[in-house]
Structures are given as structure tokens and as C-alpha cells.
Design a protein around this ligand. Structure first.
Ligand SMILES: Nc1ncnc2c1ncn2[C@@H]1O[C@H](COP(=O)(O)OP(=O)(O)OP(=O)(O)O)[C@@H](O)[C@H]1O
Ligand SMILES: [Mg+2]
Length: 470
């Protein structure tokens, strides 16, 4: 955790201007000064700056050029541009080039203070996210499951624990939540990781072919069975068989599958020899199987056989804090495909993605990011490159452009509060995780007292018990 003052870089060629700012900011910020863009670039090479406050018109290198440089080299540093009243086009250009915000000259100190404070908070949130992500990379075994959500973290912990056993696993969750990702992670972490991972999509196989698909068939077992064929269960050998959309499995086959799970042996269709099966069974469904059991669509005995270990993957709308991380992950993942140099996404666009309801969950988010990357012009993804149906689905944030000073002020407060809440939540989750859910330890690390931490936990509705020792 950072204890020193945040570093603010002021860039202005006019001595009187930077002096006034410096005097006003130096008690809360570590203030650095540069006389033009080129000097600023030199400072940035040496120092870890948290926020830049820059004039536009300067000799050698303008504020806009500096901004473009920062966007390319260190895009987590927010740049606030100061522009003379009457040259609003500068401000527009700066915002388009990715400035965090702008203030008009002559500068009102209260305005500057507010904007800089917000920018620094935003910057520390970005840095926090970056370090969280770095840590995720380090010690999370399934590196491809991107999440900072507590429930998801518990699931990952559970997967680690049960991976080494032979227990059957049932994974439930809405479409696109990452069920297959969990199934594969489970396989990779298990002692069977050297064996095959065989997938069966139970929803895609015609009923009459199902049995032969699963158990295989002997030559001549039925018309069209011209040669002997191994089934998926046999192919899975000592690996994992992943029964996707298990809820679609026909009832008569459910009986046969149950039989295999109980006796660990089966015969090919038309065959008489008993074959052994050592495959680990992982099943997934986006239905509520319990309901199907009650309505008689799914066999109760098979349900309990499969559900020795149960994972419920929460929908994306219940873990919105994962959205910024996932977006970054997909930008990196699809950089090649989209053939664009996309460096990231701006905060308003992220806000919109965070508010969308995502009925198609992570898969829908991934598709939207990819689609956006293809149509973006390069640089940062901004609101106007998001698909219209996403922007429209969110509403107020984008539609409501403040028209008066009063409205603007209210909107600023609203958005600032949102950023602060997010920041606080990320900070808290990070802290709880560092202290393995031990409140006293969290208090010690953060120099809050225990009661303050408990209040914060309550305010953000975090279930600490779920985070303990994951
Ligand atoms: N936490 C995550 N981190 C990174 N990628 C994810 C995450 N969750 C899902 N994905 C990605 O989203 C896509 C959908 O995930 P997956 O196929 O595992 O979902 P599913 O629950 O099996 O969906 P369906 O029910 O439609 O079969 C995949 O490309 C997967 O890599
Ligand atoms: Mg799937």
C-alpha cells in the first residue's frame, strides 16, 4: 500500500501559472514541474507520476502531443488539460485524444483541486487493478479464469481441492458463465491431466445415435455400423469425460449412464465384452436440474450421483467487478484477430459495460469486446465504438448529457461517488484476501481499526467467511 504523497506533474511554460498551482497543491501532493512537453517526457522517464496537469500551448512540445505520448507509453496516468477560455476546441481535441478531463484558464483553484483529486483516485484505482491482475497471474493455478469476485474465488478453491479426487462434479450456471472453463481447469489440476479431456455435447446428439456415441458400437450392431467404433467413454480412458448440457440427456440413457457410474463398466452397442471405465465425470448444465428432477425430466438417482461436488457459477451481473478485468483480458486475447492496436478502454465505456445486464454472460461480453475492437479506430475503446444496443440498454449514463451548470455538478458528483465506491471495494477485497479473511490482520496491514473494517465489509456486502483461506 502506498503511504507517500501522490505525485502530481504540472506542465506549464508560464512561471506565474505553475507557481500558483504548486503553492496550492504541495501540502497534499508531491509536486513536480516541467516547462514544456519535452521536459515532461524526461520527468516521466525517471519518476512514477500519478497524475499530469498540463497546459496546451507551450513551446517545443504541446500539451496535446504530451497527452498522446502518455497514452502510448503509460496510459494509466490520467492527464488533465488546462486550456484558455475561448479556445474550447483545444479541450475537445484533448478529450478526443484521451484526456481524463480539462479545466479552463484562468484557473479557479477549487475546480483544479476537485479534478486533480478525482484524477489521482482514478489513477490509484487503475494501479490497484493492475497489481491485482499481476498477482492473479502469479499464484492462481487456472490462469485463464479471470476474476476478483469472492464467490468465484471460493469456487476456484473448491476446484483445487476436489481436482485430486475421483468425485463426480456437477457444474450449474447460466449460458456463457464459464462452466467449460471450470471443467477444463479441473481436468488440468487433476492427476488425470495427462489423460484426455473428452467433451460430449448432450444437446447436440440425435437420440438414436446417443448410445453409440457414448458407449461405442460393434461392427454390424445396426444398419450403418460398418465398422467397430469406440465411444466417448472409452476414448476418455483415464482422463475426464465432460458431459455438457447433461439436462438434455434422454431418460433411457440416463439409466444406462447411472449404471456405468455405479459399476464402472459398460459394453459397446451390440457387444458383449465388458469394458472398464476409469474416466472422471464432470457434467454441466444451464438448466436448473433440481427442477427437472422434480418434474420427472431428470432421474433423481443420477442427479445425486453426479452432484457429489457441486459448483454454481454466478452470472456476470452478480459480479460486475470482474467486468473491467475481463475487458482487458479480452482486448489482449483478441489483439491479433482484430488486427488493431487497441491499448485499452476509457472509463465511460467501462462504466457502460459495467451497467449492462449481460444475459449472455462472459461469452456475450467477449463477443462485444471483439466486435468493438474490429470497428474501433485504434487507441482506446470509447463509448462511441460500443455497439448501439449496449449503449441503449444502459440508458441514463449515456443519454443524460447535463445541460446546465447544476446538472453537470450533480452528474460529476454521481460519477465521482461511483468511482470512489469501486475503489473502496477493490481495496477492501484486496485487503481481505491478503489477510485471508482475518479482520485483525486486515486492520494491522491497513492501519484501519477493526470496527472500521467491519463497517466497510458491511457497507459493501462482502461475505468474509467465503474468502477465508481460499
Ligand atoms: N472468468 C473468465 N475469465 C476469462 N474468460 C472467461 C471467463 N469466463 C468465461 N470466459 C470465456 O467466455 C467464453 C464462454 O465460456 P464457457 O464456454 O466456459 O461458458 P459456458 O458456461 O460453458 O457456456 P454455455 O452454457 O453457453 O456452454 C469462453 O470463451 C471463455 O473462455
Ligand atoms: Mg459450455
Amino acid at each position: 500500500m502506498k503511504t507517500e504523497k501522490p505525485k502530481l506533474l504540472i506542465v506549464d511554460d508560464e512561471e506565474r501559472a505553475w507557481k500558483v498551482l504548486k503553492i496550492n497543491f504541495q501540502d497534499r501532493y508531491d509536486v513536480l514541474v516541467a516547462k514544456n512537453g519535452a521536459e515532461a517526457v524526461k520527468v516521466l522517464d525517471k519518476e512514477q507520476v500519478d497524475t499530469i496537469l498540463t497546459d496546451v500551448k507551450m513551446p517545443e512540445m504541446s500539451g496535446i502531443e504530451l497527452l498522446k505520448h502518455v497514452k502510448k507509453t503509460s496510459d494509466w496516468i490520467p492527464v488533465v488539460v488546462m486550456t484558455a477560455f475561448g479556445s474550447v476546441e483545444n479541450a475537445v481535441e484533448a478529450m478526443k485524444a484521451g484526456a481524463y478531463d480539462y479545466i479552463l484558464k484562468p484557473i479557479k483553484i477549487e475546480d483544479a483541486e476537485l479534478v486533480v483529486k478525482r484524477a489521482v483516485e482514478y489513477s490509484s484505482m487503475l494501479q490497484e487493478n493492475r497489481s491485482l491482475k499481476d498477482r492473479l497471474k502469479e499464484y492462481e493455478v487456472p490462469q485463464d479464469i479471470i476474476t476478483i469476485n469472492s464467490e468465484m474465488r471460493s469456487l476456484i478453491g473448491l476446484v483445487k481441492e476436489v481436482a485430486v479426487t475421483d468425485a463426480s462434479v456437477l457444474i450449474e450456471g447460466e449460458s456463457g458463465t464459464g462452466k467449460e472453463l471450470f471443467a477444463r481447469a479441473l481436468h488440468r489440476m487433476s492427476v488425470r491431466s495427462e489423460g484426455p479431456f473428452i467433451e460430449v455435447n448432450c444437446g447436440a446428439i440425435p437420440h438414436e445415435l446417443f448410445e453409440s456415441e457414448l458407449f461405442g458400437h460393434e461392427r454390424g450392431a445396426f444398419t450403418g455400423a460398418v465398422s467397430t467404433k469406440k465411444g466417448k467413454l472409452e476414448l476418455a480412458e483415464n482422463g475426464t469425460i465432460f458431459l455438457d448440457e447433461i439436462g438434455e440427456m434422454p431418460l433411457d440413457l440416463q439409466v444406462k449412464l447411472l449404471h456405468v457410474l455405479e459399476n464402472r463398466q459398460f459394453t459397446r452397442v451390440g457387444g458383449t465384452t465388458f469394458l472398464q471405465s476409469a474416466a472422471r465425470v464432470v457434467a454441466a448444465t444451464n438448466r436448473n436440474l433440481k427442477d427437472d428432477v422434480e418434474s420427472g425430466r431428470f432421474r433423481k438417482d443420477l442427479y445425486y450421483r453426479l452432484k457429489v461436488v457441486y459448483l454454481h457459477v454466478p452470472p456476470l451481473r452478480e459480479r460486475r467487478e470482474d467486468i473491467p478485468l475481463l475487458v482487458d483480458h479480452f482486448i489482449a486475447k483478441h489483439g491479433e484477430t482484430a488486427k488493431k492496436k487497441i491499448t485499452g478502454i476509457d472509463r465511460e465505456a467501462v462504466d457502460i459495460l459495467r451497467l449492462h445486464s449481460w444475459s449472455g454472460n462472459v461469452r456475450e461480453l467477449e463477443n462485444v469486446v471483439l466486435q468493438t475492437m474490429i470497428f474501433a479506430r485504434g487507441g482506446q475503446i470509447a463509448v462511441d465504438s460500443l455497439p448501439a444496443e449496449i449503449r441503449d440498454s444502459v440508458g441514463p449514463l449515456t443519454e443524460h448529457v447535463p445541460a446546465t451548470k447544476d446538472e453537470l455538478q450533480k452528474e460529476k458528483v454521481r460519477r465521482t461517488e461511483k468511482v470512489l465506491m469501486d475503489l473502496e471495494r477493490t481495496f477492501l477485497l484486496n485487503l481481505i484476501e491478503q489477510s485471508a479473511g482475518n479482520i485483525s490482520e486486515a486492520a494491522r496491514i491497513s492501519s484501519y481499526d477493526r470496527r472500521q473494517i467491519q463497517n466497510l465489509v458491511k457497507k459493501h456486502g462482502i461475505d468474509v467467511s467465503k474468502l477465508r483461506d481460499v
